[in-house]
Write a protein that binds this ligand. Structure first.
Ligand code: GAF
Length: 384
């Protein structure tokens, strides 16, 4: 973090010829269980991780927002708060513009800003680099102008920017955990009420994330298709969202559904149940139960929701074999590549990592990246 901070401070000072007065961070996240349930008003269990987006910023007297992006060779963007804020070619800039536009549209009053932004979350791997960028920008304007915005609204503003400005129809999980996570804990999020409850990571378990380095393809179109299929299933059951469908209702009605819609609905309804059971297992330190639930979640994503790919299934199988029943593993995030998350006893981490590095390249031709992570706090200003 301190290296990232120093780099961002220096780039800010060079670009704007003055030292930054504000530093703000927002973390990425890993979802332990509960995939594609957020936009069905369901349950998820993510935690924020020790990878971040970081902003150094100063307020301006005028109405101009100037941004430099360290991850994009110091590319710059500049726009006025007094003119319509439109999308541009540079995708990173649209996350910034989108959030600022939503803040303006919601009637918050503020002036311009000079901003340097940098991040170390591996991009496009399902660890929420985009959500953390949205959240860090909302959080920055909150800090610069002392805006009266709750952390929940910082998250909702980020989601609105992504839905309406960037054009990805994501749910609320990623922005909410980035904005509100508690250090050392995962959060059970009820995506219907947006309430978070902290859940301790069981003593002696490490969070190990492995990036398959399988480029995620077709994510946006497949994501939107899954959403439509879930909506079709709720329409069939005559409810607003699949959250309202319990297992008994699902089983009683499933034969009337088109087979593919039935599979999608079964994933969501059973996944919600698994999240609640995983919270109980974590609270009781019942690792075997947690392992079984994570395995069932992965199988459901593979067979019913059909969002895994060969490389991810291979990685999960390798880790499962190395850990046995002592820890859990599953794909995490939107799917079609990206990362797997595992909870592994501390004393097994070194052996498991070695096994991954030995076996995964041989099976897939790809080199994995392994991150042993800690559960971090949500977004906020860094004060010296
Ligand atoms: C992506 C989305 F942004 C989240 O809202 C969530 O739906 C997730 O995929 C799947 O669980 O990260």
């Amino acid at each position: 973090m301190s290296l990232l901070l120093e780099k961002t401070q220096n780039a800010f000072a060079k670009a704007f010829a003055v030292a930054p007065q504000y530093t703000v961070r927002a973390p990425g996240r890993v979802n332990l269980i509960g995939e594609h349930t957020d936009y069905n008003d369901g349950f998820v269990l993510p935690c924020a991780i020790n990878f971040h987006s970081l902003v150094c910023a100063n307020p301006r007297q005028d109405r101009i927002v100037r941004v430099i992006a360290l991850n994009y060779e110091l590319e710059q963007d500049e726009f006025s708060l007094d003119a319509p804020i439109e999308p541009v070619q540079k995708q990173w800039a649209n996350y910034v513009r989108g959030v600022v536009k939503v803040l303006v549209d919601r009637g918050y009053e503020f002036n311009g800003a000079d901003i340097a932004v940098c991040g170390n979350i591996p991009q496009g791997t399902g660890l929420s680099s985009s959500a953390s960028l949205e959240v860090v920008i909302g959080q920055t304007f909150k800090a610069l102008y002392n805006l009266d915005i709750s952390q929940q609204d910082v998250a909702l503003i980020g989601q609105e920017a992504e839905n309406k400005f960037v054009g990805c129809n994501c749910g609320i999980m990623d922005q909410l955990i980035s904005a509100k996570a508690e250090q050392g804990h995962a959060s059970l999020i009820d995506c219907k009420t947006l309430e978070l409850s902290s859940v301790s990571i069981p003593e002696g378990l490490s969070i190990v994330i492995v990036n398959s380095n399988k480029q995620r393809g077709l994510v946006d179109s497949e994501y939107n298709t899954r959403r439509q299929q879930c909506e079709a299933a709720s329409a069939y059951f005559g409810v607003k969202s699949l959250r309202e469908v319990d297992l008994a209702t699902l089983e009683a009605g499933i034969d009337g559904l088109e087979p593919v819609i039935a599979k999608r609905a079964r994933h969501v309804v059973t996944e919600n149940q698994r999240v609640l059971e995983a919270v109980e297992a974590m609270n009781n330190g019942n690792i075997h139960k947690l392992q079984a639930l994570m395995a069932a979640s992965h199988a459901s994503m593979r067979d019913d929701f059909e969002i895994t790919v060969f490389e991810i299934d291979t990685l999960v199988d390798i880790i499962k074999e190395a850990v046995g029943t002592q820890g859990g593993v599953r794909m995490t995030g939107g799917g079609f590549g990206g990362c797997v998350v595992s909870l592994i006893p501390d004393e097994l981490v070194a052996t498991v990592v070695k096994t991954i590095k030995d076996k995964y390249p041989a099976a897939t031709g790809l080199t994995p990246d392994v991150f042993v992570c800690s559960a971090e706090a949500g977004a906020g200003e860094l004060k010296e």
